[in-house]
Design a protein around this ligand. Structure first.
Ligand SMILES: O=P(O)(O)OC[C@@H](O)[C@@H](O)c1c[nH]c2ccccc12
Length: 263
């Protein structure tokens, strides 16, 4: 299986932008995890960000918060997700990124968590409540198992911090495109071009844009500034509504195809 960075670089060689959908694991029940991952893989997404439901999701807006509540109500936990993934590990060819908060990892035990990630085909980790300064503890436990710790860069990070985050991030740099929490947005700041130019200059690894991207047009405009996009809330909503056509149109946009019917 390829690493995250390789997967993103391959999309570039193909002349596409990377596309990483975020899903809330177990929204609709844990039994939806396998079919959802396999169907997204079929659409040739670059990687899949698997969100773990959490009681206090501080970085998340209402769409993902509600999906998390549904998954929690269905009894889904970090442990259950990590026990489910190995059951169809052989069918997973796309790199998985787990997004969770630090507390559930600590409760799991770092070493046991790392082993469970390996068994489930997890290639990267996003832990939004662990800042750069604290992430050595995660790197130390996960890096020996070839799992990348992905760092987030915010719009308000000063240049020296941007440089440090870009240097420390692994797999890709997660460039947050808005100030605030996750969720669809109708517009973005107009100085994003400069921000992304500086960030890409500072980074040796791919830069992915995420937060607020929910339409094929936004996939194209944000993709133009970056190596690819991460789409969360719009995917979560489409999965909840079983609107696979919407998901397909977002993926196609990253490949340079804009379907007329979605405009
Ligand atoms: O939902 P949006 O606005 O499309 O943003 C992506 C995002 O959902 C996903 O990457 C994510 C969900 N929860 C997070 C918490 C922190 C960082 C990133 C995330």
């Amino acid at each position: 299986m390829t690493t995250l960075q390789q997967a993103i670089e391959q999309t570039k060689i193909a002349g596409h932008k990377a596309f990483v959908p975020y899903i809330m694991a177990g929204d609709g029940g844990l039994e939806t995890l396998r079919p959802t991952i396999l169907k997204l893989q079929q659409l040739e997404v670059t990687a899949i960000e698997v969100g773990i439901p959490f009681t206090d999701p501080v970085a998340d807006g209402p769409t993902i918060e509600r999906a998390g509540e549904r998954a929690l109500a269905a009894g889904v936990t970090l442990r259950k997700v990590l026990e489910e993934l190995p059951s169809f590990r052989a069918e997973i060819h796309v790199p998985l990124v787990v997004m969770t908060y630090f507390n559930p990892i600590l409760a799991y035990g770092l070493e046991e968590f790392a082993k469970a990630c390996v068994a489930g085909g997890v290639k990267g980790l996003i832990v939004p409540d662990v800042p750069l300064e604290e992430s050595a503890i995660l790197q130390k436990a996960l890096n020996p198992h070839s799992i990348d710790i992905i760092q987030l860069v915010s719009l308000t990070s000063p240049p020296d911090r941007i440089a440090r985050i870009a240097a420390a991030s692994q797999g890709f740099v997660y460039a947050v495109t808005v100030n605030g929490i996750t969720g669809a947005r109708s517009s973005f700041a107009d100085d994003l071009d400069d921000h992304f130019a500086r960030l890409r200059e500072a980074s040796k690894i791919p830069v992915m844009a995420g937060f607020g991207i929910s339409t094929p047009e936004q996939v194209i405009s944000m993709g133009a500034l970056s190596d690819g996009v991460i789409v969360g809330s719009a995917i979560v909503t489409a999965l909840h509504e079983k609107n696979w056509h919407k998901i397909e149109s977002l993926v196609l946009a990253s490949k340079g195809v804009l379907e007329k019917s979605t405009l």
